[in-house]
Design a protein around this ligand. Structure first.
Ligand SMILES: Cc1cc2nc3c(=O)[nH]c(=O)nc-3n(C[C@H](O)[C@H](O)[C@H](O)COP(=O)(O)OP(=O)(O)OC[C@H]3O[C@@H](n4cnc5c(N)ncnc54)[C@H](O)[C@@H]3O)c2cc1C
Length: 346
């Protein structure tokens, strides 16, 4: 029988980033992914925004997360021979009150890496008329499907990927065997399917369905992401991703008329150019009740691990916390930050 050190369940952002982290450290691993199950990563707009506009604060841990994120995607672009991460400034139309707060933040050196400017007129034509326009730097986006597909080809070439379902009720967790391979450790990176996983039913997941559109708008500038009640993210060829919605009751991955109309109404308020609707997707974000990732070892079966809770900001969180997860798996004495520790739910 073959033996490997780690089995990763799920090839979304969490499983993919963790697999690279372990592979590059020389750990022998396999990923099992069920392509019939929905993958939030595939429908995500992939946007990275270092600020939280509601209170004009920095996004949680952004100073630590952003450099790790940029390095990791850039290294993987080289390894996989494909481009998938793009820096792009963002425009935020500001009310008079918001502009005052923006000026305050601009004067604060802690915000210097993220606030580029404040302008009286919009750098982009045909957008919502506002008192002023803040320009964010450090923002950008990941082409999530291109990234997952390039990673998948790499894993297949290196015989690291099994396309199958990993059953939730595996009887013998002591000595784990899957498809004739014996694994020392398993890491569950199942996204919102965590809720079907009895082993970790104590984690307080609060999944949120989201919908995203793709539009074709030949008269809209592609130089900025625009963000006011809805984001408009240029992805090339005059195509833009637009989103999104939040829904906590209907957790199906079916796009809805209400979702589409809600996005289109906000979009028409923001951009004043003709557009064609081309695509409409829905997915479920694996969000945890306290909006933090969740990492750690199972309290009884120490060789079973969890890496989940990437919520609304998976693109920025996954590279940094994949490193943390690797440290936890490879070093039995590694102490994880309490804020993300699975033990907070025990
Ligand atoms: C509409 C929408 C828009 C979003 N926009 C953004 C954005 O702009 N920026 C951002 O940073 N984040 C965004 N997100 C959030 C982001 O998508 C998530 O944080 C991230 O993709 C979660 O990754 P994950 O690997 O945890 O889960 P997933 O991507 O869902 O991956 C889980 C994988 O596990 C597999 N799986 C599950 N159970 C099993 C099993 N038993 N056996 C085998 N395989 C299994 C599934 O098939 C799936 O491939 C958005 C999400 C949605 C829904």
């Amino acid at each position: 029988m073959k033996r490997k050190e780690v089995l990763i369940v799920g090839q979304g952002l969490a499983g993919t980033l963790l697999a690279f982290e372990l592979h590059l450290a020389g750990v022998k691993l396999c990923i099992v992914n069920n392509p019939q199950k929905s993958t939030a990563t595939r429908v995500a707009a992939g946007m990275v925004n270092p600020l939280v506009f509601k209170r004009m604060t920095k996004s949680w841990m952004v100073d630590d997360l952003l450099p790790v994120m940029k390095n990791r995607y850039s290294d993987l672009e080289e390894l996989l021979g494909e481009r998938f991460y793009f820096d792009l400034p963002m425009i935020k139309p500001l009310s008079e009150q918001e502009a005052e707060l923006w000026f305050e933040r601009k004067a604060d050196e802690k915000f210097a890496p993220f606030i580029q400017d404040i302008c009286e007129t919009s750098p982009v034509e045909n957008v919502f008329q506002s008192h002023a326009y803040g320009i964010v730097k450090g923002s950008g986006y990941l082409k999530t499907r291109i990234f997952l597909d390039a990673a998948k080809r790499f894993f297949q070439k290196n015989e690291m990927l099994i396309e199958a379902d990993f059953p939730a009720n595996q009887g013998n967790f002591e000595n784990h065997i899957f498809r004739d391979i014996q694994f020392d450790k398993i890491v569950f990176c199942e996204g919102h399917y965590l809720k079907t996983q009895p082993l970790f039913d104590f984690v307080r997941l609060q999944p949120a369905k989201g919908e995203v559109l793709q539009i074709y708008a030949p008269d809209l500038s592609e130089n900025y992401i625009i963000n006011r009640r809805v984001f408009v993210l240029p992805i090339g060829d005059h195509r833009f991703k637009v989103g999104s919605t939040y829904e906590w009751k209907d957790l199906s991955v079916k796009p809805t008329e209400e979702g589409k109309n809600s996005i289109v109404d906000r979009l028409k308020d923001l951009i004043h150019v003709d557009f064609e609707l081309e695509q409409h997707w829905a997915g479920v974000r694996p969000t945890v009740i306290d909006r933090r990732p969740v990492l750690g070892k199972h309290p009884v079966f120490g060789h079973l691990n969890l890496f989940n809770g990437l919520g609304t900001k998976g693109v920025m969180l996954a590279p940094y916390f994949a490193k943390e997860m690797k440290a936890l798996i490879t070093d039995d004495n590694y102490a994880i930050n309490n804020e993300v520790d699975l033990a907070r739910f025990l």
